[in-house]
Design a protein around this ligand. Sequence first.
Ligand code: GLC
Ligand code: CA
Length: 546
Amino acid sequence: MKEKRFFEQQAVYQIYPRSFKDSNGDGIGDLNGIISKLDYLKDLGIGIIWLSPIYPSPNFDYGYDISDYKAINPEFGTMEDFERLLKEAKERNIRIVMDLVVNHTSIEHRWFQASLDSSSPYHDYYIWRKGKNENKLPPNNWTSNFLGSAWTYVKEADSWYLHLFTPQQPDLNWQNPKVLEEVESILRFWLDKGVYGFRCDVINEIYKSSLEDGKDSFPHMMVGKEYYLNQEGGFQILRKLHEDVFSHYDSMTVGETGFITYEDQKKYTNSALDMVFSFDHVNPRFYKLFPTFQIKYKPEFMKKTIRGWQENCTWNTVFFENHDQGRSIAKFGDTGQYYKESAKMLSTLICSLRGTPFIYQGEEIGMEDYPRMDWSVNKDIVPVMIKKMILSFHMPKSQAEKMAFIYDRDNARMPFQWDDSLSAGFSSSSKTWLPVNENYLRINAKLNEEDPTSILQFYKEGLKVRKEHPSLQTGSISFLESKKDVMAYIREEEGEKILALINLSKKERKTGIGLKGTVILSNYPDDNGEKSFTSLRPFESVLIKL
Ligand code: GLC
Ligand code: CA
């Protein structure tokens, strides 16, 4: 039998360090804060922590603009603190995965500063070009993922540089072998310290195969993508990183890959990355830019999308949240009457689908979006860019303001709600970098710990059940034809067979499945013993051993 890999057996917990736990009262989460909560994480039952970036950064994109890849952001602590985190985590059999952001650096990185001089060897680390129309217009019509032109002119260099994100995030030139060398050295630096692997930021955009004008259409989003998304050159680079570096370590890599097909996924996981995030199921077509175009979420959409990926993907990532997404209960569940049931339904999916489960901080205690997002609260750059773009279409300011906040990623970045004390126990200060959601008296970890029927207890149970049943980890998955809004699949390994029945909807639903077995996990307390489920109550979800 093939030996199981750690990431096939364990679940990942994503920490957004700024918002997890502040240990020194400056209102910003930090490494010592994380260390103080390792027992909480151990108790939850996860085996891997993915840390959003902890490197020095001027924070235009809160850490996703890195100015030094081999150091720790002083806001978060020191290298000694980090080494202690590694050690303390290891003692609890928890491994640490870092965020690797190498599509771009920060403008404050010394490579970029040096690159302003066209005679410097660093010039070619980035993508500098002369503009059109005697250097007055950008070199091409590409737009940034964060809207607006993807080029910025620098007077000192009398030239333009490419940035697929904010102007403070200049893209690296992956056609330059030196860049690959530098990144390999960064990877070895952290792996040699004992880091388990990397989550690779927008890794399917790193390679630009041409700088021609891209196909353009209103509202001018991601123009140029046919020359930078999922390019053959990108696959080659990732295979090379794997061969040169990752294959020499017991490691894990996961790529952030928006806009990929099943075929692309196969290429990314063939001798390159261990797994990728696809966003089809969370990147809802109902979140189109203009609210008027929004399509309402339908459970059938989730059912179809998940099934497609599960059936076509080598090894999945199973997740509903991260630091860029809105909280999941409001999107896919119910924040009212079925708040707990729907959160537990999502948890059942996380613990029973095939792939590595990813839980985002706060998801396990049912945290919700911030109720009153406005400019006095906002820290994220995305709404700023959206407002600018919408105004450029000569649309009314009120409309621009409204649309901007639909995409505010701060919702997922509000301080973690630990208890009912000052600042929800996140910080000893009343001034936190983002405000604490007022609902912290109702939603916090302490209340969850005390309540045997809480969402947190259910996550613990779900992760435990997953650990105890090999079929839920590496077993095959096969979907059964089930009635509307109900998902039904069987996980199977070496004779162990587990049936999952999931009602994705707020209404009672027929399952169309007659199989009988022993309940091993359910989000309704009266489900136990030998049973079959011809219908399911709102959001009811069960795992039964056949
Ligand atoms: C990824 C990150 C996001 C960041 C962007 C640019 O999508 O998840 O937070 O803004 O890349 O690095
Ligand atoms: Ca702090």
